[in-house]
Design a protein around this ligand. Structure first.
Ligand SMILES: [Fe+2]
Ligand SMILES: [Fe+2]
Length: 231
């Protein structure tokens, strides 16, 4: 038996109101990802061309999601989204200014991209007919962005492992904290916040294993972070 997903009423005032905030988060998040990959291109000159390509993909995602808001006649709440992204963006900029490539890659390629993958996976089944194919395409690109970070970190695992853990401790709670303000809006557009967090944790754990952590060590780190988030 196939489970039927109850689709939201895309024209209801409640949906459009919630969408104005979620859509803005996506647009601002994609725009920041564009900036972060451009900064990474400067930090890792040997991969500059690849990283510029990834940045351009993020810019395209931002424009595509602007189109999704326009299609529904929604004005995205960009100031709110910008303010919610400040702590995570600040962590990235601090790492970038310090020349800390490991932290930059962990924040953008592992944490932000795992979040993007999780969010788009959860949104896909409840998206409107205009946004659905766009989201499906974007999802494929985000997987490539995750892989870039994994491929850079994997051969350096022994040297960077502890730095990766330290960076996760700083940045994962910040990323999860952004969700707090958005929980009711996520519910309204058909995404259960707990499902999104679960999907993020699964995706993030997979990326930690991909760079060389044992599943047991991943569980230990993620359990600590989850306990901290719930405290
Ligand atoms: Fe993106
Ligand atoms: Fe991305």
């Amino acid at each position: 038996m196939t489970a039927t997903i109850a689709l939201p009423d895309y024209s209801s005032a409640a949906y459009l109101e919630a969408y104005s905030r979620i859509n803005a988060m996506v647009i601002v998040g994609e725009g920041l990802a564009d900036r972060h990959f451009r900064l990474l291109a400067r930090a890792i000159p040997e991969d500059a061309e690849t990283l510029q390509t990834l940045a351009a993909m993020e810019g395209r995602h931002a424009r595509d999601f602007v189109g999704c808001g326009v299609h529904l006649g929604v004005k995205p709440d960009v100031p709110l989204a910008r303010s919610l992204f400040v702590p995570l963006h600040a962590l990235f900029l601090k790492a970038s200014r310090a020349g800390d490539r490991v932290a930059c890659l962990v924040i953008q390629c592992l944490i932000v991209e795992s979040f993007a993958v999780a969010a788009y996976r959860c949104y896909l089944p409840v998206a409107d007919a205009y946004a659905r194919p766009i989201t499906a395409e974007v999802l494929k690109d985000e997987a490539r962005h995750l892989s870039y970070g994994e491929d850079w970190l994997r051969p350096r695992f022994q040297e960077v492992a502890e730095e990766v853990v330290a960076c996760c401790r700083r940045a994962v709670p910040v990323a999860l904290g952004m969700l707090e303000r958005l929980k009711p809006d996520l519910d309204t557009i058909g995404i259960a916040p707990v499902e999104l967090v679960g999907e993020f944790m699964a995706c993030f754990q997979e990326s930690l294993v991909a760079i060389g952590f044992s599943p047991a060590r991943c569980r230990q780190v993620l359990t600590e972070l989850a306990a901290e988030a719930l405290a």
